[in-house]
Design a protein around this ligand. Structure first.
Ligand code: EPU
Length: 339
C-alpha cells in the first residue's frame, strides 16, 4: 500500500546530501498501488508534484512545497524471449545496479557497461543514462507509465522516447505528465562486448577474457577509481553535460589546445569534455566552503559536508562563468535543479 509522510528531511533521499524539507512524500509499491493512491486522494496531484527516484541526479536548492512521488516497487522478470533476445521487465523502484547484476548473472548482454551507475531503474530512461560507450536507449524496448491527466496506463515503445545524449521525451513533452512505473529492457544471450571506450579494454584484459563478469568488474574498478561514492562524499555524478559544439568552434579550440579530448557527435558536431574544460580552467580539486570539485573527476561537484543546494549552485555558476571566459563554451548542468 502507498505510504505518505509529511514535512520530511530529504537528506537520505538525495545523493548530494542536502537537508531540504519536502511537504509530502508518497511512496508506491506497484502500478496498481500508485493508481489506487491517486484515485483515493486527488490532492496528491492537485498541487506541485514530481517524481523522485534515487535522488542521484537531483539537487534541491530550497524546500519542496508539494508532493514527491517515490517508487519503492521491486521485481525483475522475463517478459518475452525472441531467439537470442530476452526482454526483462523491471519495476521502477529497483536499484539500477541490481538490474545490471541480475542481467550479468543470467548471462544477458546489453547493460554491463552501465554497472555501478547509482539510481533507480525508473530514472534510467529519463536521462538516458550512459557510460563507457553504452547508453540505456539501445536496450529500451518500452517504458510503462501512469498518465496523470487520465490516470490510465501507457506503454511507450523505446523508438518513441526521443532519446538523445542525456535526453528523452520524459525531460521534454512528457515532463510532469507521467509517472514511470516499469521499464522493459531488450537484452541478448549473444556475447557483444563493447570495449572501445577509454581504458576499458585494458582494464578487462587485466582480468582475462571479455566475459560479462569481467566487463562488469572492470567498469566497477574504473568508476571506483574516479568517481566518489555518494555514501561517503555527497555528489550527484556528473554535474554538467559534455558540451556539443559546432565544427568551427571545435576546430578553433583544437588549434590552441591540440590535446583537448573531443568526440564526434550528431551531424557534424563535436562533443567536448566538461571535465577537461573545468580542469584546464583550474577548478579540479578546488573547494569553496562546503562545496568542491572532485579531485579525480572535475565533472563531479561534491558536498564536503553541510552544503546547501544554494551554495552548490553558486559554486557551479562560478565554474560555468570561468569556463565560458577561457574557452567561449557554455557548459550546462546535467543534474535536475529543483526549487
Ligand atoms: N578529463 C579530464 N579531467 C577530468 C575529467 C575528465 O581531463 O577531471 C578528460 C579525460 O581525461 C578524458 C575525457 O575528459 O579524456 C573524458 O573523461 P571520462 O572518460 O572520465 O568521461 P566524462 O566525459 O568526463 C562521461 C559521463 C559519465 C560516464 C563517463 C564514462 C557525462 C556528463 N558524463 O564523463 O557519466 O561515467 O563518461 O563513460 O556524459 C554521469 O552521467 O553522472 C556520469 C558519471
Amino acid at each position: 500500500m502507498a505510504t505518505e509522510q509529511n514535512n520530511i528531511n530529504l537528506k537520505p533521499y538525495n545523493s548530494f546530501g542536502v537537508s531540504q524539507i519536502a511537504e509530502r512524500l508518497v511512496e508506491f509499491t506497484s502500478y496498481d498501488d500508485l493508481h489506487a493512491a491517486l484515485t483515493a486522494d486527488p490532492t496528491i496531484l492537485a498541487g506541485s508534484w514530481r517524481v523522485l527516484g534515487g535522488g542521484n541526479n537531483t539537487l534541491f536548492i530550497s524546500d519542496y512545497h508539494g508532493t514527491l512521488i517515490h517508487p519503492v516497487s521491486k521485481g525483475i522478470t522475463v517478459s518475452a524471449e525472441r531467439g537470442d533476445d530476452v526482454v526483462i521487465r523491471v519495476e521502477a523502484g529497483e536499484e539500477w545496479d541490481d538490474v545490471v547484476a541480475w542481467a550479468v548473472s543470467h548471462g544477458l548482454w546489453g547493460i554491463e557497461n552501465l554497472s555501478l551507475i547509482p539510481g533507480q531503474a525508473g530514472a534510467a530512461p529519463v536521462q538516458n543514462i550512459g557510460a563507457y560507450g553504452t547508453e540505456v536507449k539501445d536496450t529500451i524496448e518500452s517504458v510503462e507509465m501512469l498518465c496523470t491527466a487520465t490516470l490510465n496506463r501507457l506503454v511507450l515503445g523505446g523508438e518513441y522516447c526521443s532519446f538523445g545524449y542525456r535526453e528523452s521525451i520524459f525531460k521534454q513533452s512528457l515532463a510532469g505528465k507521467v509517472i514511470i512505473t516499469a521499464i522493459n529492457l531488450r537484452l541478448s544471450r549473444k556475447p557483444a562486448p563493447r570495449l572501445d571506450y577509454g581504458a576499458l579494454r585494458a582494464e578487462v584484459e587485466k582480468l582475462g577474457e571479455p566475459s560479462l563478469e569481467n566487463i562488469r568488474q572492470a567498469v566497477i574498478a574504473i568508476r571506483e577509481s574516479k568517481l566518489p561514492d555518494p555514501k561517503v562524499l555527497g555528489n550527484g555524478g556528473s554535474f554538467f553535460k559534455n558540451p556539443i559544439v559546432e565544427p568551427e568552434v571545435a576546430k578553433k579550440l583544437l588549434a590552441t589546445y591540440p590535446d583537448m579530448p573531443h568526440y564526434p557527435a550528431e551531424g557534424d558536431k563535436t562533443k567536448l569534455s566538461s571535465g577537461w574544460l573545468i580542469e584546464q580552467a583550474g577548478w579540479k580539486g578546488k573547494r569553496v566552503g562546503n562545496v568542491g570539485v572532485h579531485d579525480r573527476q572535475a565533472l563531479v561537484l561534491v558536498n564536503h559536508g553541510g552544503a546547501t543546494g544554494g551554495e552548490v549552485i553558486e559554486f557551479a555558476q562560478q565554474i560555468v562563468a570561468e569556463v565560458e571566459q577561457k574557452f567561449g563554451v557554455t557548459i550546462v548542468p546535467e543534474i535536475n535543479i529543483v526549487g
